[in-house]
Design a protein around this ligand. Structure first.
Ligand SMILES: Cc1cc2nc3c(=O)[nH]c(=O)nc-3n(C[C@H](O)[C@H](O)[C@H](O)COP(=O)(O)OP(=O)(O)OC[C@H]3O[C@@H](n4cnc5c(N)ncnc54)[C@H](O)[C@@H]3O)c2cc1C
Length: 402
């Protein structure tokens, strides 16, 4: 059914990924009229291209989070556990067919000193958050992962893997069924505050007047809100998918089907898909690259970790943009009355779903939990081009090599 483009709604959402779609579904459920604007196709951004690892936690490690901001840091970590539960509940209640499996994940220690940190983290997770987490020493690691490269691991049971685009399609269905209006190929090109309150959002299809605007553009944030652009740094992340592995190859690489990532700054993340392909992701540096280049070095990295996969063909390779922040934490807040929710730093399947939900409730009149009321630091001297990325990348790569 073709509906006329609206001129007045309660809320305009800019960005059609998990954040925007969950917000649209939740606001519509609360009886608000919603127009979601997506520049490309729905789900075109990271939400249909990611590795599908759903887990609690942030890019910032737990110890630093608690040291920096003990009580509120604790609440924020608890929110990430709630975010994980929200994804599971959303899938269950709406019967979203997205190959979800609660596999658990392993964080693999790239250096011996990292293993010590993981032991401390397991202790805090168990004692302060009641989370089922334990370390696996190097000599026992073969029962979980077929490689001798790592110094041990943290096993975290409360996490799972899904097919990202199928999960997204499920959220679209929920939002549509509840009456949200979703517009593809419709960029928001301007947001203007109205004198009598609310905003006028400009698009090539016409203007929409609205009480509230949510910007949910994460790693694809453009010039729409320059203030946000100076705070969210787009960084590329890449994935290869192999041909389906044989049962023997699966068993020798990841016998218990855990999801895996290592403890490097330039980390690798990998898991098995429902049809037994190896999905292997990461980035080599912060410098721009091409998909063929990324495919070649990801394949080489995969074989360095799992030499038993030599000869396995790569069938697909792709990339997408994650939104990094200076403090390595996501942010939800308001600037000049415009609500935003973004900055997931590459770990956003759970948190973007959660922020979409939280942003919707906030717009509908609920209070924002105090732990999210915080300043959002800008990147010094950053306007348009992230000129500093090659230097920062070089520094982190050097730390990984040390
Ligand atoms: C390769 C890769 C692998 C990843 N793997 C994982 C993982 O395994 N686990 C995990 O937790 N996280 C992972 N992530 C991160 C996760 O995918 C993101 O955090 C999450 O999808 C962010 O969702 P979002 O809705 O905020 O943004 P996005 O899904 O990126 O959507 C933003 C949308 O905004 C649109 N947009 C921008 N400007 C405008 C405008 N002016 N008007 C209209 N629309 C606009 C864009 O077109 C885009 O579609 C990965 C990311 C990538 C790229």
């Amino acid at each position: 059914m073709v509906t006329a483009f609206p001129t007045e709604v309660d809320a305009v959402i800019v960005g059609g990924g998990y954040t925007g779609m969950m917000a649209a579904a939740r606001l519509a459920w609360r009886g608000r009229s919603v127009a979601l604007l997506e520049k490309n196709e729905l789900g075109w951004g990271a939400s249909s291209r990611n590795g599908g690892m759903v887990h609690p936690g942030f890019k910032l490690d737990l110890a630093t989070l608690l040291k920096r901001d003990s009580e509120r840091g604790r609440d924020r970590y608890q929110a990430s556990l709630d975010a994980f539960a929200l994804v599971e509940e959303t899938i269950r209640v709406n019967q979203i067919d997205c190959d979800y499996a609660r596999t658990g994940h392993l964080e693999l220690a790239h250096k011996a000193s990292h293993f010590q940190h993981l032991e401390e983290e397991a202790h805090v997770l168990r004692r302060q958050f009641g989370v089922a987490a334990r370390v696996i020493p190097r000599i026992e690691l073969a029962s979980e992962v077929g490689t001798s490269l790592y110094h041990g691991a943290l096993l975290f049971e409360q996490s799972g893997g899904l097919h990202p685009a199928k999960y997204f399609a499920g959220l679209v269905r929920v939002a549509r069924d509840r009456g949200a209006h979703l517009y593809e190929h419709t960029p928001a090109t301007g947001i203007e505050a109205r004198r009598r309150g609310g905003f006028k959002v400009s698009t090539p299809r016409g203007d929409i007047h609205t009480r509230d605007v949510l910007v949910a553009t994460n790693g694809y944030s453009d010039r729409l809100v320059p203030w946000l652009r100076r705070r969210v740094i787009p960084i590329g992340s890449y994935i290869i998918a192999t041909e389906p592995l044989t049962a023997d190859q699966v068993h020798s690489a990841i016998p218990n089907r855990r999801m895996l990532f290592d403890s490097k700054n330039f980390l690798h993340y990998w898991r098995l898909s429902a049809d037994n392909r190896m999905l292997f992701g990461g980035r080599a540096s912060f410098a721009p690259t091409t998909i063929p280049n990324a495919r070649d070095w990801l394949y080489a990295a995969m074989l360095e970790i799992h030499p038993q996969l030599a000869g396995v063909r790569v069938e697909h390779a792709w990339g997408g943009q994650v939104g990094f922040t200076v403090d390595r934490m996501p942010h939800i807040g308001r600037v000049k009355g415009i609500t935003y929710a973004l900055g997931y730093c590459g770990t956003g399947v759970a948190m973007s779903t959660y922020f979409g939900y939280l942003a919707a409730d906030w717009i509908a009149g609920a209070a924002l939990p105090a732990c999210w009321e915080r300043s959002f630091p800008a990147v010094p001297l950053y306007r348009e081009q992230p000129w500093f990325l090659p230097a920062v990348g070089w520094y982190y790569a050097a730390l990984d090599r040390l």
